[in-house]
Ligand binder design. Sequence first.
Ligand SMILES: [Zn+2]
Ligand SMILES: [Zn+2]
Length: 158
Amino acid sequence: MTERKINICDECESEYYKDSSKMDALCPHCAFILYGYENCSHKFEKGRCIKCFWNGKTSLYINDLLKDENMKKKKSISVGFNEEDLPYLPIKKDTHLTFKISEDKKCVEIIGNKKGLRLMAKALLGMAETERTDGYHIHIDDLYRINKDNKEFIIRKK
Ligand SMILES: [Zn+2]
Ligand SMILES: [Zn+2]
């Protein structure tokens, strides 16, 4: 096996195989994040990628960049309230939402399509933000008949 030349990345300061990167002074990972060059499909063994020799550490600068990227991907959900401070939960066609409870009754699995999960999220957010203290709670299914299993979600703030 021929020796591969090892460089130090200017950005993350990790060693990397020179021939694994398209850039002179950057490991394939940093070259990918900063300049869009093709990344190595890293395969880590004992703390280093066996393909490019990168040590898996990123610079603070790159960490911040990635954090910003993730922020951009953030999706928001908002809920409106009527004059009685009840959350407004419009139902859309083909909303599906149901749940399963494990046999030992220790796990609840919530299953829904996008509309169903968003409805659930809005119901939860609506309950979290309501000022009502009169025992008001939401029966999602009762209101909307959105699962055929005859199951019922109740959301209550306490
Ligand atoms: Zn690097
Ligand atoms: Zn790699």
